[in-house]
Design a protein around this ligand. Structure first.
Ligand SMILES: Nc1ncnc2c1ncn2[C@@H]1O[C@H](COP(=O)(O)OP(=O)(O)OP(=O)(O)O)[C@@H](O)[C@H]1O
Length: 337
């Protein structure tokens, strides 16, 4: 666990970047620091690896004040990923990833083998290994940056706007891959972003900062969406927080009705469309499983040509439907209970 204990940072010249922040970043989880520009996120992040020292207060890792620890040793256990990936331009992708393990005492051969497998884990095939950073797209460079930070297998990762330099579609893909990777690796991660949607999507815990370096609220994404502490947080998490909070609710408990005769199925029982009175067959527009979220079911029910979302089992066979008015009743009953 990383602990900020009443931390203050005043830069020379008098600006208070971080103002009495107390925060816990749980081990093995992703904590996202988010807030408007200049509210002290990067300063806070850099206090974890002592690139910046607090003016007062303490930062502790597993209960030990890092101020008394050997800086090089401390940083060995902390990977660091930054926005522009910060790769060495004159080294190949493979050597970018393998350099730190070699410095830590691995043979070049061991380090390169490990680097290749790490590159694969972040979605880069062997053909990229020989290229130089300038021969990669922004998203590919970010992946190398993540692989490089992971190469020393640090228990802690600091990530400063790691996904912001790429377009929304690439970012979406990187998010998915990163979540999958984190599920396997269970690193303790502190990530800075100014994008609340990214914070809500990736964070196990989200710490919202406000101007002046103060914490506005700390909670799970669901807590922030359903119970914002004040107007600032409510405004910051955005207007459609009601619908977004449904992303965190499972469709498993949702009562389903029997399949209507208007749902066309193939021989394996998979839905193929809606049979309209006119004889036309309209696409179902997608299906859900019990493992999906209420947000997806709501979206399917609203966008379905007949106002009905179709549930399928793991083989893709239709096993029930949810009509949008039943969904509305379910949500209303849930709110009342
Ligand atoms: N080296 C420095 N000297 C003086 N002031 C600084 C220094 N670094 C940052 N600041 C100030 O401290 C405040 C917090 O900066 P910080 O970079 O931590 O914010 P941030 O939330 O990460 O911002 P952004 O989202 O724009 O990157 C800002 O007002 C900034 O101008």
């Amino acid at each position: 666990m990383i602990t900020f204990d009443d931390v203050v940072k005043v830069y020379p010249g008098g600006s208070t970047a971080v103002d009495h922040v107390s925060l816990e970043l749980p081990t093995g989880k992703m904590t996202v620091l988010v807030g408007p520009s200049g509210c002290g996120k990067t300063t806070s992040l850099r206090m974890i690896n002592r690139m910046i020292s607090p003016t007062s207060g303490r930062v502790l890792i597993d209960g030990k004040d890092i101020a008394g620890q050997d800086e090089a040793l401390l940083r060995r256990g902390i990977g660091y990923v930054i926005q522009s990936a910060g790769l060495f331009p004159h080294r190949t992708v493979l050597d970018n990833v393998a350099t730190v393990p070699v410095l830590l005492g691995k043979t070049r051969r061991e380090a390169r083998t490990a680097a290749l497998s790490l590159l694969e884990r972040v979605g880069l095939s062997a053909e990229f290994a020989k290229r130089y950073p300038a021969q990669l797209s922004g998203g590919q460079q970010q992946r190398v940056g993540v692989a490089r930070a992971l190469a020393a297998d640090p228990p802690i990762m600091l990530m400063d706007e790691p996904f912001s330099a790429v377009d929304p579609v690439v970012r979406e893909g990187l998010h998915r891959e990163f979540l999958r990777l984190q599920q396997d690796l269970g690193k303790t991660i502190a990530m800075v972003t100014h994008d609340i949607d990214e914070a809500i999507k990736l964070g196990d815990v989200v710490a919202i900062f406000r101007q002046g370096g103060k914490l506005a609220q700390v909670g799970t994404p669901q807590e922030l969406l359903t119970a914002p502490a004040d107007e600032f947080v409510a405004e910051f998490v955005g207007r459609d927080r009601g619908i977004r909070s449904l992303s965190f609710d499972s469709a498993a408990a949702l009562p389903v009705a029997d399949l209507p005769g208007t749902l066309a199925l193939d021989e394996a029982g998979r839905p193929t469309g809606w049979l309209m009175e006119s004889g036309q067959v309209l696409p179902t527009g997608g299906t859900f499983t019990a493992a999906d979220s209420l947000r997806l079911v709501t979206d399917l029910a609203i966008s379905s040509p007949v106002g009905i979302a179709v549930r399928v089992n793991e083989e893709g066979k239709a096993d029930g439907v949810v009509r949008h008015h039943d969904l509305a009743d379910y949500l209303a009953a849930r709110r009342a209970s």
